[in-house]
Design a protein around this ligand. Sequence first.
Ligand SMILES: NC(=O)c1ccc[n+]([C@@H]2O[C@H](COP(=O)([O-])OP(=O)(O)OC[C@H]3O[C@@H](n4cnc5c(N)ncnc54)[C@H](OP(=O)(O)O)[C@@H]3O)[C@@H](O)[C@H]2O)c1
Length: 227
Amino acid sequence: MQGKVVIVTGGFGILGRAVGEAALAAGCSVALVGRGSAPGIEKNDRLAILEDVDLTDFTTTARAFETIVARFGRIDGLANVAGGFRWQTLDGGELEAWSDLFEMNLMTAVTATKAALPFLRAARGAIVNISAAPARKAGAGMGAYAASKAGVLRFTESVAEELKEAGVRINAILPTIIDTPRNRADMPKADFSKWVAPTQLAKAILFLLSDDAAAITGAELLVAGKS
Ligand SMILES: NC(=O)c1ccc[n+]([C@@H]2O[C@H](COP(=O)([O-])OP(=O)(O)OC[C@H]3O[C@@H](n4cnc5c(N)ncnc54)[C@H](OP(=O)(O)O)[C@@H]3O)[C@@H](O)[C@H]2O)c1
């Protein structure tokens, strides 16, 4: 990955930071893109931080990516990590949660991919989308989340077909539960050793972005740790 330029959306979150660190360690130039601010992350020669980018807004996202290309010259990899979770049953829940989760999980990936596409075509680059294990089997209260993450899988599948001949690859990772401070707080009695570490997921994402995965597109990779 030496010398490649990688964008990480949701780059200020737990997994996004881990992907950024792994890409920097692999010799990439990295742009972390997210909404709000990125406290505690220091930019440097190979690390750009783009704050206040709502990844559901195409104009803002495209402008941010043009800034990255002006700085680093190209885009080789796009890790669509931005997303979020909400648990709610259909009966007790709000209908708005369905459109909110579709915006957060599916439209962020669609918008960022479309904005990066001209540059990814030029570099014959690669995209990794973050879906989630419930996209395959949803439990109670997981309907909106699982449907939005299932949308990420079908989006991945369709774009893989669309871009195959252009040499642009796109794959999806399906984590189960990631070992994050929020999950530890929400599930204090769980066995954390069964969960996937963000650093482990970052390695899988970097592999799919790298030339080692040159023959892989349209794939769904479950990363489940011991869960
Ligand atoms: N944590 C898990 O157990 C788990 C399991 C399976 C899959 N995943 C998926 O893995 C990814 C990363 O999870 P994480 O635990 O690292 O979550 P996280 O720490 O909450 O990071 C997600 C980041 O995405 C950002 N984001 C959301 N919508 C955005 C938008 N419209 N524009 C710009 N940024 C936006 C969030 O910003 P705000 O903070 O402002 O919302 C946040 O910084 C997500 O896609 C998540 O669904 C997580």
